[in-house]
Ligand binder design. Structure first.
Ligand code: 2AM
Length: 471
């Protein structure tokens, strides 16, 4: 019997442990290593139930138990830890061996690491893994990019470990270079937007309609059987039903309203700016998290402003339907922005991405999984300018827009901030406006900076002396 391991995983925090268990339960032999040995020991003592997992205590031992070509997956903190492990592994590996970075690395770091691996004749994959701890154990969505020959060495392992949906495993080779981590970054940007859209709807329900957490829980449970059915809507319903064991109050009511972030949403916005792709819905979600973190200052200002939270509106099925349609619209807008960004990146960075396949691997395992992804697959197959404008969506989006206007108007009247819901409308309204006020912007630019402008009635570039003499 061959006792060499099929794959090795470095990093035994929960994601690494769960992925190791998942892969081992599919019948592969897995070597594991962690910088701090105690973590490996604890994993072996508390979680193994006869799975073919081989704990190792030094990198040399780890490498020595791997079958060749060696396949090594790093599940360590993004940043320096990845570089340190790569440096330490280089002298122990041989040409043709594969390193996979399964953390949330920035795609440009992945491009650099791929070059470094290539210089040594090694193969490299930068791989997004989404689905959190549960997904890692039961089947995540896996987004690998980098050397195709590298993917071929692990395709069977990764595809069997991934979530399975009706049209295959949620894992597919995405493209060269840092494309896997790029796709994961955009996945997270869309995730920020969907989370904030849900949070804004929740805020309207509690502040403007005065509903309790348990009443809102029922609404999200009901919506999880509708066109907004998704993992994030599902967990929102579950969260709202959890009681604090001590106070017996809904736990969510006791959580400080100051969000944190690790940076993938911010990266999405930064890269979108760099590539000239408008992503206002995602941007507003990133800003909303930043603004929420200034809790003390907000409390102070709310006192100066004399803000009161009096509810006034009566909640009925019409309001509920309008809110669902508003959420649907924001979700479609977030996906539209994300796929637009992927489309542009695919050309600019020569990733040659298959967008339909990306929608497919997001259908299971990951945080973005949503019923609407089947429609998005169809929409993308049409190759539309933007998803919301594909024939699969136009009618429904037009209809939802009417409801979203009512909801945003109500929120504005009650001074309840809805940055993502309103950016959704601005995004769709801007894209569908033949005329925007940028003529005035061009005139202003030409006035103060002689930046010139173009005219609608004749070709050429023009400059005007707008006021007085130039000398
Ligand atoms: P540790 O258990 O030794 O801290 C998530 O933090 C994972 O990344 C853990 O397995 C952790 O190892 C590892 N990690 C974080 N920073 C690291 C570093 N600088 N070098 C090696 N491993 C690191």
């Amino acid at each position: 019997m061959n006792t060499m391991c099929d794959i090795g995983i470095i990093g035994m925090a929960v994601m690494g442990q769960n992925l190791a268990l998942n892969i081992a339960r599919k019948g592969f032999r897995v070597a594991v290593f962690n910088r701090t040995q105690e973590r490996t020991r604890e994993f072996v003592n508390t979680r193994l139930q006869g799975e073919p997992i081989v704990p190792t205590h030094s990198l040399e031992e780890f490498v020595s138990v791997l079958g060749k070509p060696r396949r090594i997956m790093l599940m360590v903190k993004a940043g320096q830890a990845v570089d340190e492990f790569m440096e330490a592994l280089f002298p122990l590996l041989e040409p043709g061996d594969l390193i996979i970075d399964g953390g949330n690395s920035f795609f440009q770091d992945t491009e650099r690491r791929l070059q470094e691996a290539e210089k040594r004749g090694l193969l490299f994959l930068g791989t997004g893994v989404s689905g959190g701890e549960y997904g890692a154990l039961h089947g995540p969505s896996i987004m690998p990019g980098g050397h195709r020959e590298g993917y071929e060495l692990v395709s069977e392992i990764l595809e069997r470990a991934a979530a399975q949906v009706e049209d295959g495993p949620c894992c597919s080779y995405l493209g060269p270079g840092g494309s896997g981590h790029f796709v994961k970054m955009v996945h997270n940007g869309i995730e920020y937007a969907m989370m904030e859209a849900i949070a804004e709807i929740y805020d309207i329900l509690r502040k403007i309609y005065g509903l309790s957490s348990s009443a809102i829980q029922s609404i999200f449970e009901e919506w999880n059987e509708s066109d907004v059915a998704s993992y994030l809507v599902e967990i929102t319903g579950k969260i709202l039903g959890v009681e604090d064991p001590e106070t017996k109050k809904p736990l969510v009511d006791l959580i400080l309203d100051a969000a944190e972030q690790k940076g993938t949403g911010k990266w999405t916005s930064q890269v979108a700016f760099d590539l000239g792709v408008p992503t206002p819905v995602i941007n507003q979600a990133v800003i909303a998290r930043s603004l929420s973190s200034f809790k003390e200052k907000r409390v102070l200002l709310s006192q100066i402003w004399g803000r009161k939270n009096d509810t006034a509106l009566c909640f009925d099925s019409k309001a509920k339907d309008a809110l669902r349609q508003t959420l649907f619209l924001s979700m479609v807008a977030a996906f539209s922005e994300g796929f637009h960004l992927l489309q542009v990146a695919s050309e600019e960075l020569q990733y040659n991405l298959n967008l339909v396949d990306i929608a497919r691997i997001w259908k299971g395992g990951c945080i973005l999984r949503a019923r609407m992804l089947s429609s998005i697959q169809k929409a993308l197959a049409e190759n539309p300018l933007l998803i919301f404008a594909a024939s699969e969506f136009t009618q429904k989006v037009k209809e939802s827009t009417k409801y979203a206007r009512q909801i945003v108007k109500t929120a504005l009247e009650f001074a309840t901030p809805v940055p993502v819901l309103s950016a959704t409308l601005a995004y769709i309204d801007s894209w569908t406006s033949a005329s925007l006020p940028a003529n005035l912007l061009q005139a202003q630019r030409d006035f103060f900076g002689a930046h010139t402008y173009k005219r609608i009635d004749r070709p050429g570039t023009f400059h005007t002396v707008w006021e007085g003499e130039t000398e």
